[in-house]
Design a protein. Structure first.
Length: 123
C-alpha cells in the first residue's frame, strides 16, 4: 500500500465513523421515542432499559476567572498529533473559499465604517 492509498483509506474510515455516529444517534432517539415514559420495554428479540443520567462538569472558565492563579498551578498540558488530510483539489477550494469570505468581511467592514462617517453622536 502506498501513502496515497493509506491516506484515502484513513479518510474513508473517518467518514464511515462520522456516518456511523450520526446513524447511532438517530437510532437512539427512535428507541427513546418508542420507550416513551417507560423505563424499559421488550421486543421479540431485545430487552431495552432506558436510564436517565445526570452529569456535572466543572465550569473551568468561571473557575479561572474567579481564581486566575489556579490555572498556572494545576493546569496539565499534553501534546498529541492530529491529521487533517484533504485532496489537493479540496485544499485549493478551501483556500479560494477562505479568500472570498475574507474579501466579503473586508468589504462589509469598509461599508460599516463608511456608514458611520458624518453621524452625530448622541449626547
Amino acid at each position: 500500500m502506498n501513502i496515497n492509498d493509506i491516506i484515502a483509506s484513513y479518510l474513508q474510515a473517518k467518514q464511515a465513523e462520522a456516518d456511523a455516529k450520526k446513524r447511532a444517534a438517530a437510532m437512539k432517539e427512535l428507541i427513546i421515542q418508542h420507550a416513551g415514559d417507560a423505563d424499559n420495554f421488550t421486543t421479540d428479540v431485545y430487552t431495552v432499559i432506558v436510564k436517565t443520567t445526570t452529569s456535572s462538569r466543572l465550569d473551568t472558565a468561571a473557575l479561572y476567572k474567579d481564581f486566575p492563579d489556579i490555572k498556572d498551578t494545576y493546569e496539565k498540558t499534553t501534546t498529541s498529533k492530529t491529521i487533517d488530510a484533504v485532496t489537493i483539489a479540496d485544499a485549493v477550494k478551501r483556500a479560494l473559499d477562505n479568500t472570498a469570505r475574507s474579501g466579503r468581511i473586508r468589504s462589509a467592514r469598509a461599508t460599516c465604517n463608511d456608514k458611520g462617517k458624518g453621524r452625530k453622536e448622541k449626547q
